[in-house]
Design a protein around this ligand. Structure first.
Ligand code: KIV
Length: 279
């Protein structure tokens, strides 16, 4: 299988093929997702919560994203890697957005960047795209604005908000974004936006009518259980499996049944005898 590109993603929508995407933050997870045939990997700033233990994505820095991105790029053979531009790494000026997008591509090895916002970031998106960097938009619930939004809740339920989201999606498409994430948007509105746009929509908590879906790896594998969002489906309970395995390990070390001969190595007894007589 060849490396996935933005052209492949566009063709998937054209052919009516749904696009799966998942977050990844390290080499091992990237390899596993890649081997599972997932075409799009997102080094999301959700890493602040599920990997670094922050209470939001706001504390995440460019250095955090770059560190995890490099590991994911090493593990992704075929998947296209999208990197989040973290909070305040693109809002100050278009120059700042370009500099940081370039870092994610050049230093980090990402194939595309993602940023939050609609019409208000359209000029920024346009300029990044003009420089040859594919941009994925992100509207609806935008976690970097959580303090302004006042909580993680569905966006676009009312007439005015719904119209604004449609306008935001169109502005991103016009600015040259190749896809747009719709987070926590009512199913019907996400369906309408998906029909109106020629670029794919990637939903998270936005219902089945989006062109693709994205999930946070730790939510879908049952690794992060402090808060399980309604939109997350647990495909495994790896948290429980890990806890049980770690408790068994601790118990076996405690009672002396680990390690056994199988996990140990031996040496020539005569050398040991020589050592034993040394002062
Ligand atoms: O950071 C992230 O994981 C994201 C997804 C929720 C789309 O932006």
């Amino acid at each position: 299988m060849a490396k996935i590109t933005v052209r492949d993603i566009a063709q998937m929508k054209a052919k009516g093929e749904k696009i799966p995407m998942v977050t990844a933050y390290d080499y091992t997870a990237a390899r596993l997702a890649d081997e599972a045939g997932i075409p799009l990997l997102l080094v999301g700033d959700s890493l602040g919560m599920v990997v670094l233990g922050y209470d939001s994505t706001i504390q995440v820095t460019m250095e955090d994203v770059l560190h995890h991105l490099k590991a994911v790029v090493r593990g992704a053979k075929n998947a296209m890697v999208v990197a989040d531009l973290p909070f305040m790494s693109y809002q100050i000026s278009i120059e700042q957005a370009l500099t940081n997008s370039a870092r994610l591509i050049q230093e980090g090895g990402a194939h595309s960047v993602k940023l939050e916002g609609g019409e208000r970031v359209a000029a920024t998106v346009e300029r990044i795209v003009q420089c040859g960097i594919p941009v994925m938009g992100h509207i609806g619930l935008t976690p970097q604005s959580i303090n302004a939004l006042g909580g993680y809740r569905v966006q676009g339920r009312g007439r005015r908000d719904a119209a604004r989201l449609l306008q935001d999606a169109q502005a991103l498409q016009e600015a040259g974004a190749y896809a747009v994430v719709l987070e926590l948007v009512p199913t019907q509105l996400a369906g309408l936006i998906s029909q109106r746009l020629s670029i794919p929509t990637i939903g998270i908590g936005a219902g089945p009518e989006c062109d693709g879906q994205v999930q946070v790896l730790h939510d879908m594998l049952g690794l992060y259980t402090e808060f399980v969002p309604k939109h997350a489906k647990q495909y495994a309970k790896l948290g429980e499996t890990m806890r049980e395995a770690l408790a068994r390990y601790a118990h076996e070390v405690g009672e002396g049944t680990f390690p056994t001969e199988k996990e140990s190595s031996t040496m020539d007894e005569s050398i040991l005898e020589e050592l034993a007589v040394l002062p």
